[in-house]
Ligand binder design. Structure first.
Ligand SMILES: Nc1ccn([C@@H]2O[C@H](COP(=O)(O)OP(=O)(O)OP(=O)(O)O)[C@@H](O)[C@H]2O)c(=O)n1
Ligand SMILES: [Mg+2]
Length: 409
């Protein structure tokens, strides 16, 4: 194996500047310390950095001696938070993992002194770089070549990597979409061979990867890989919808979706789901109730846009945000309206929420109404009439109308 293609990054992004002092302190104490993981990958790709992970040959007990204040964040896995210049930095001791009887966590973590052994158990070559505090990049698994060829390749034996942590199969697809990289052939074959291991993984974690994939640059490619590797059989709900998913995977979705609500709404639309099925899908995927309610509104908006008609009551119920979400999804099909047009339609609604109605239970009771279910019905009718422009939102007019309505019943 080629040992270390030398490469140095001259101007480290600002996210590294404070953290490098922590690495320097550890080095001054005679140990190795590096930036690792996604931050190095993203720096090499000139992409924005989220979190800066660091790894060291020093054991947690040693790290705790080098700094005045530390927090035992995940000490059993070797992670300590170092407080430095009033900021916290997570640093993890080099380790190997063994066991993995449950296909998601190691049974045993062993602290080690060797960087190479630590990098060896990582998921993909582009995630297995290390970078010194001076910007020197260490590439023991030809990650640079894969970066240049736009490939997601498992480190070492792909089967082994996916048996250690089955979520990595979804991560491969996710990184593929986020970076617009292809999954390398053997790695792809190993996903196909091991896809059933995904059953062992908590849905919440699969959900996170799936959404990141759909919000990436190439979700169509990601969907094709989920289908092509058979992973779709082991994610919730999807296995009954093969032809619909194929259709979805053939749409041009490049860099289009901008939030999770849009992702589920597009799926609901493409899978042609009824309300109850949308609820079922989202429950199986462990989405929050709030997310589900939003998606139900967006789907209503989608139907409205499909009919090329703006209905006051609908846009009132859907709300501006979800109306715009619906419009964004319909852009995929060229069935969207101008955003400004929709904003104007919403802004010219007589009221935008129930609280803006110039009567409520209290004011009607003051005007002589009895509390009870009939009062609620009268209020709903008034709300509807105001939205439809049939009655003005003025207290006296509304009370008179309320009396009329009560007499009719
Ligand atoms: N199942 C996993 C999760 C993580 N890692 C390793 O831990 C690093 C950090 O993990 P994480 O923060 O989840 O991923 P990033 O690569 O940093 O990507 P992101 O930009 O999404 O944070 C990865 O780069 C990889 O080296 C791994 O080998 N296997
Ligand atoms: Mg990360």
């Amino acid at each position: 194996m080629k040992e270390g293609n030398k490469m140095k990054i001259e101007n480290l992004p600002s996210e590294f500047i404070d953290a490098r002092k922590v690495l320097q302190v550890i080095e001054q104490n005679g140990f190795e310390a590096y930036f690792v993981g996604g931050s190095v990958r993203d720096t090499l790709l000139n992409l924005p950095i989220h979190d800066v992970d660091m790894a060291t040959s020093a054991y947690p007990a040693e790290i705790k001696k080098f700094f005045k204040r530390t927090i035992d964040t995940g000490i059993e896995h070797g992670t300590v938070t170092v407080m430095f210049d009033h900021k916290g930095f997570e640093i993890t001791t080099f380790r190997t993992e063994s066991g993995y009887q449950d296909f998601r966590r190691p049974d045993k973590v062993t602290f080690i002194r060797s960087l190479k052994e630590d990098l060896k158990r990582r998921d993909f070559t582009i995630n297995a770089f290390a970078m010194k505090e001076n910007g020197e990049v260490i590439d023991l698994f030809n990650g640079m070549e894969d970066l240049q060829h736009h490939l997601i390749r498992a480190v070492g034996d792909a089967n082994q990597r996916f048996n250690e942590d089955a979520l990595r199969m979804m991560r491969a697809v996710r990184f593929g979409s986020q970076l617009n990289f292809k999954i390398e052939e053997k790695t792809f074959a190993a996903i196909k061979a091991n896809c059933q291991l995904l059953k062992k993984i908590a849905i919440e974690r699969i959900n996170v990867e799936f959404i990141k994939m759909m919000l990436g640059i190439s979700p169509s490619q990601g969907l094709q890989e989920i289908l092509g590797t058979d992973l779709f059989e082991y994610v919730p709900f999807f296995n009954q919808y093969l032809s619909e998913l194929k259709h979805l995977a053939n749409l041009d979705l490049s860099n289009h979706l901008t939030n999770e609500i849009q992702v589920w709404s597009l799926l609901a639309f493409e899978l042609n789901l009824k309300q109850s099925q949308i609820r079922k899908m989202m429950k199986l995927w462990k989405c929050s109730n709030k997310m589900t309610e939003n998606v139900l509104q967006v789907v209503k908006g989608i139907k409205m846009l499909q009919n090329k008609q703006i209905v006051s009551l609908f846009i009132y119920q859907i709300g501006l945000n979800n109306l715009l979400n619906a419009n964004h999804v319909m852009e995929i099909y060229g069935l969207n309206q101008g955003e400004e047009e929709l904003e104007n339609a919403f802004n010219s609604l007589p009221i935008k929420q129930k609280a803006e109605l110039n009567v409520n239970g209290g004011s009607l009771i003051k005007a002589g109404f009895k509390p009870g279910p009939q009062l609620g019905k009268v209020l709903n009718d008034l709300e509807l009439m105001v939205i439809n422009g049939e009655v003005e939102n003025d207290q006296i007019t509304l009370i008179n109308k309320a009396k009329e309505l009560a007499n009719e019943n």
